[in-house]
Write a new protein. Structure first.
Lengths: 291, 396
């Protein structure tokens, strides 16, 4: 049985990490909600964000966490041609065609990363990214706290964007019934393109945070895609605040799994939970309270 | 009319052959092949191996090729990316043999990838020379007839850091923690050999944690070792995980006095990704440009001038493996697999990694040293006879 300091440190670290992962999952969730698209290249957008953070630091010398808006814009801008030239023409071909297209994009992106940046494992080197925040025997990584705070702020900002703005109204209308929204004058294709870009931006920002906290390489996207899918299912499809709750819950339970069974069983706990929620509450924990 | 039908038939046959990917073999070319991890988690190893294999082949080609039946033939090296996937390593080997018609092969890296390919080559009776597969793990797979391995002995490597610490006379509380992945070598080194040696060297084992090869979170493992006061930590993990562990140790405020990261801390990308955090990290090694073997210093210089990258020991075992195979083809004077295999068995020569003579298990043991990353460069800190610098202690 681990002592109280170890247990508390592990659980709080897991919760904070879950919050960071929630940001990347949010991108997946809104794209799924509005476009009915499981974006299988979402993890690769995250990797684009991590490389963008790495090179942003290298070429400007500026902390990439200060440059997060620029990174978000870069990843969003890169996603727009993908939507215009690959996804938009498939609008009438059903969700499978778009999903398989993004699967192909994922494979292509991984190979592009290898060709452009080599297959080396990278990490964004920030002096404070490896500092602990310690109170007695309790200790959590400072970068987790910073990442969690950024993540929560951005998730709340996206929540505000979706619930309080004209774009958000159009987005919600498109998510509820694209055909009806179009009939009422909503430019559904534009909404979908902006939603896709917003989703990519969320992944990109999450990637920069993850690149600073951990390590990444050309094929790192797959693991984060799986975690994001689990968070989306836990939080409820398209539910912005539910995604944050889903991330925190997943982080908490994975930490419990890590404490009880060892760190190697974190993902097992996460995926078991994913299947259980899918079986018994397929609309997520917060289904009844969310719209 | 008949001619037309004949042409059509020939065209159809040519089309069918092309569809099956059967390319005509050039009579004046000796084709050898390798499946390497050029992408995926082990890409850090594969890129160095690729360079070593290519250099050995290029050197022979520049010298005019190899004489087969009295005619000089050039070498063609075909490399396929196994993406760090044992299944891909096996299927690449199948392809190299059946489609590319290789006469012999060179190995991949780490037991999982090497053994997967070697088993296919063994079944097809094609000789394969490899490094990058610890000898005991290689031998445990089967009694090999066509596969040959030059690398280090696991017990010797596992004992290297204990011996290095004893020789340097460093003072710790003798509490030791082992963190290792669940791959074949991780289980052998971290699960069995390190704990067994700990008692012999007077250490108290306070933790032995195992994790999946691709694990990314080490929070609980690190917190437990910290709470148990382990001042010596030995890790066996591949490079992405070794980098993750080192970063997470720092962000958890845990700095043991000694940190050894077998396997993962070998490639230079470890030091590049971690910067100052790599300083003081130990790793077992089997080659360094300072070794007193012919061509050792030149090999590293050639790599660094060509690639502008810091060299790795993996350029040496791959270069030597290719040289051994090419020497055997030359000695056989034939592209017949049996004759090449028999010539490999007779290898008795000093290569860039040291003297190579295969034993009855088809293995040749390389000497071991303890390396430590210091300011982004690997420094030999043990044994005394091979030292290129002093041990940095404690871990910064």
């Amino acid at each position: 049985m681990p002592d109280i300091g170890v247990a508390a440190s592990t659980i709080v670290s897991g919760v904070l990490l879950g919050g960071i992962l929630a940001l990347t999952a949010l991108g997946l969730s809104i794209v799924l909600g509005v476009m009915r698209l499981v974006n299988l290249a979402h993890g690769d957008f995250l990797v684009v964000g991590a490389y963008a953070g790495l090179f942003f630091l290298k070429f400007t010398g500026v902390d990439p966490l200060l440059g997060l808006p620029v990174i978000a814009l870069i990843v969003a801008a890169l996603s727009v041609p993908l939507y215009r030239f690959l996804l938009a023409p498939l609008a009438e071909r059903g969700p499978e065609a778009r999903m398989m297209t993004m699967f192909a994009v994922s494979i292509i992106l991984e190979n592009v990363f290898v060709l452009a940046f080599s297959a080396d494992t990278r990490s964004i080197e920030l002096s404070y990214a490896t500092l602990p925040l310690t109170i007695g025997s309790f200790s959590v990584p400072l970068i987790y706290v910073i990442g969690f705070a950024i993540s929560v702020v951005l998730i709340l900002a996206v929540h505000w964007l979706i619930s309080r703005t004209g774009f958000g109204r159009d987005l919600r209308a498109s998510a509820a019934d694209a055909q009806a929204a179009a009939t009422l004058g909503v430019d559904v294709e534009r909404v979908q393109m902006l939603t896709f870009a917003l989703g990519a931006a969320c992944a990109g920002v999450g990637g920069a945070l993850i690149g600073a906290a951990f390590q990444f390489g050309p094929s790192s996207g797959g693991a984060y895609l799986l975690n994001s899918l689990a968070i989306v299912v836990l939080g409820g499809l398209g539910n912005v605040l539910g995604t944050l709750v889903g991330g925190v819950v997943l982080g908490f339970l994975q930490s419990l799994g890590g404490l009880a069974l060892g760190d190697g069983y974190r993902d097992l706990v996460g995926m078991a939970l994913f299947l259980l929620v899918l079986a018994f509450r397929p609309d997520g924990f917060l289904a009844r309270r969310s719209s | 009319m008949r001619m037309n039908s004949g042409r059509k038939l020939m065209a159809a046959a040519a089309f069918a052959a092309a569809s099956l990917g059967i390319a005509p073999a050039h009579a004046d070319e000796i084709v050898i092949g390798a499946s390497l991890p050029l992408s995926g988690p082990l890409a850090g190893f594969g890129s160095f191996q690729q360079w070593g294999y290519k250099r050995a082949v290029d050197e022979v080609n520049k010298a005019g090729g190899i004489s087969i039946g009295g005619t000089k033939q050039m070498l063609k090296l075909i490399i396929r990316d196994d993406k760090t996937d044992p299944n891909a390593s096996a299927s690449n080997t199948e392809t190299l043999i059946s489609r590319d018609h290789v006469v012999a092969m060179l190995g991949s890296c780490t037991p999982a990838l090497v053994n997967a390919g070697a088993l296919v080559a063994e079944r097809a009776k094609k000789p394969i020379v490899t490094g990058c597969d610890p000898l005991e793990v290689f031998k445990s797979v089967r009694k090999w007839n066509y596969a040959w391995d030059l690398f280090f002995s696991v017990p010797e490597l596992a004992a290297a850091q204990y011996k290095a610490l004893a020789e340097a006379g460093v003072e710790t509380n003798k509490k030791i923690a082992f963190w290792h992945d669940n791959g074949p070598d991780g289980q052998a080194v971290g699960g069995q050999i390190w704990p067994a040696l700990a008692k012999a060297f007077g250490y108290e084992v306070v933790q032995n944690a195992e994790f999946p090869v691709d694990n990314t979170q080490f929070t609980s493992i690190i917190a437990e070792a910290k709470s148990k006061g382990a001042e010596v930590v030995l890790v066996d993990a591949i490079t992405p995980q070794a980098i993750a562990v080192r970063k997470q140790m720092a962000s958890a405020g845990y700095t043991p006095k000694v940190l050894n990261m077998e396997k993962g801390a070998e490639p230079v990308q470890f030091a590049e990704a971690l910067g100052k955090l790599s300083d003081g990290v130990l790793v077992g090694g089997y080659w360094d440009p300072s070794f007193p073997y012919p061509g050792a210093a030149d090999l590293a210089k050639a790599f660094e001038s060509e690639t502008k990258l810091t060299s790795s020991q993996h350029i040496a075992d791959s270069y030597a493996a290719a040289q051994i195979l090419l020497d055997a083809i030359a000695a056989a004077g034939s592209t017949d697999a049996e004759k090449i295999n028999a010539a490999i068995a007779k290898t008795d020569k000093t290569y860039v990694v040291g003297p190579i003579k295969f034993d009855a298990d088809h293995t040749a043991k390389l000497p071991i040293v303890a390396l430590q990353w210091q300011s982004g460069k690997p420094v030999i800190v043990w044994p005394k006879a091979a030292k290129t610098g002093d041990l940095l202690f404690p871990l910064p």
